[in-house]
Design a protein around this ligand. Structure first.
Ligand SMILES: Nc1nc2c([nH]c(=O)n2[C@@H]2O[C@H](COP(=O)(O)OP(=O)(O)OP(=O)(O)O)[C@@H](O)[C@H]2O)c(=O)[nH]1
Length: 141
């Protein structure tokens, strides 16, 4: 038992750097529900994705929002960084506000999306890494 505990403490877990976007329109923030078959299926999150090699966080977000939502965006200011240990991997979320966006929104990777007021955020089942972000939304909504 002790040996197992020691072994699992020593196990290396990948650290994944991921971007997440705060798209705000008319005082509401955009969130989407992760589709089935993916990590955290059914949980709500902010759109974004893994930062690829030789890509900045802003470049990643611009690419992901075009791929996932069909939107052209201008990335705004850095909002916060959060880290969550999911057990099999650690996710570091780099969160940015979106300065402007255009295009006809289309869902590619998600099951559902909503524009949320602060009170709409409370009952949703958020990806655990996103909870500190939701808790700080009052500073910008
Ligand atoms: N995009 C995004 N990912 C998040 C958030 N919160 C959070 O824990 N994650 C986790 O970050 C990881 C990477 O996200 P992702 O799956 O969207 O990235 P991706 O599209 O580049 O990769 P994929 O093609 O392998 O799915 C997943 O394990 C996801 O569950 C969030 O707010 N937005």
């Amino acid at each position: 038992m002790e040996a197992f505990a020691l072994g699992s403490n020593l196990k290396e877990r990948p650290v994944i750097h991921v971007t997440a976007a705060l798209l705000i329109h008319n005082g509401k923030v955009f969130a989407a529900k992760r589709s089935s078959g993916r990590h955290l299926a059914g949980y709500w999150e902010f759109p974004g994705g893994k930062i690829e090699a030789n890509e900045t966080a802003s470049e990643c977000l611009e690419r992901e929002l075009a791929e996932e939502l069909n939107l052209s965006t201008e990335i705004g200011s850095f909002f916060m960084k959060t880290t969550h240990d999911y057990g099999d991997k650690k996710v570091v979320l780099h969160v940015y506000q979106i300065a402007s966006f255009m295009g006809e929104l289309q869902l590619v990777d998600h099951d559902e999306y909503r524009w949320l007021s602060l009170t709409d955020c409370t009952p949703l089942k958020w990806a655990p890494a996103d909870i500190p972000i939701v808790n700080r939304l009052a500073t910008i909504l």
